[in-house]
Design a protein around this ligand. Structure first.
Ligand SMILES: Nc1nc2c(c(=O)[nH]1)N[C@H]1C(S)=C(S)[C@@H](COP(=O)(O)O)O[C@H]1N2
Ligand SMILES: [Mo]
Length: 211
């Protein structure tokens, strides 16, 4: 019988292995915003998914809260080189929205078939945009989060709700998100147009265009 449980050893060993190249760990939670924090009241908040054919589905705040909720814990990595381990969130998997979107247009637009989109642009209330492959926001790897560490997400960190997509650099996790636009082509967003990487994998250090 060993002194330490496999869980303990796994976690102790993990700290180094969980730090992507060029990153340092931080306990704090820096705020990184391109502009001022928008005020987004939940009373008028909505989250909309649209596709390349103009089909769309929207959820109000209360409708979003009535969806199945998950509590992901994840390490997050900012391209400015800080990483924060074990951040804990509560929110709705983007799979839930995308599956419901598909279900609704299969019922309402029976003859038109599935979306042909392979990319998404996340769009925010402050005008921020960021692009991702559709595959990266499906498969239980991306959430719309409204709670951080057990408290409502603060406005500076993207409240009332933001994306959390921990496997990519954190600029892909749009704060104050208002919707996902499914697109046929990859459309560079705010930082991607300014020289940051299209995809942004922290493990491959995809910080800038040529990385
Ligand atoms: N809408 C919006 N989302 C955004 C940003 C922004 O300026 N506007 N900044 C991005 C960047 S560069 C990072 S690193 C993270 C920072 O999130 P935080 O401020 O909660 O740490 O949000 C991302 N999402
Ligand atoms: Mo960032």
């Amino acid at each position: 019988m060993s002194t330490f449980s496999p869980g303990f050893e796994g976690r102790a060993r993990g700290i180094r292995e969980r730090l992507p190249p060029g990153q340092y760990p931080t306990e704090s939670f820096p705020v990184l915003s391109a502009g001022p924090t928008p005020q987004v009241p939940t009373a008028t908040w909505s989250f909309t998914v649209t596709d390349e054919r103009g089909r769309g589905r929207a959820w109000s705040w209360d409708e979003m809260l009535a969806l199945p909720q998950e509590e992901p814990t994840a390490d997050i990595h900012c391209v400015t080189r800080w990483s924060k381990f074990d951040t804990s969130w509560r929110g709705v998997s983007l799979d839930v929205f995308l599956d419901a979107f598909r279900d609704s247009f299969r019922d309402s637009f029976r003859d038109e078939g599935d979306t042909a989109a392979a990319f998404v642009v996340a769009e925010s209330y402050d005008g921020y945009t960021t692009n991702l492959p559709l595959a990266d926001v499906t498969g239980g790897r991306a959430w719309l989060a409204h709670t951080f560490d057990g408290f409502p997400l603060s406005p500076d960190h993207g409240g009332p709700a933001r994306l959390v997509i921990p496997h990519l650099y954190f600029w892909k996790s749009a704060k104050w998100v208002k919707g996902l636009r499914l697109t046929l082509e990859d459309e560079p967003g705010f930082w991607e147009t300014a020289g940051y990487h299209e995809y942004g994998d922290p493990w491959r250090e995809q910080r800038y265009w040529n990385d």
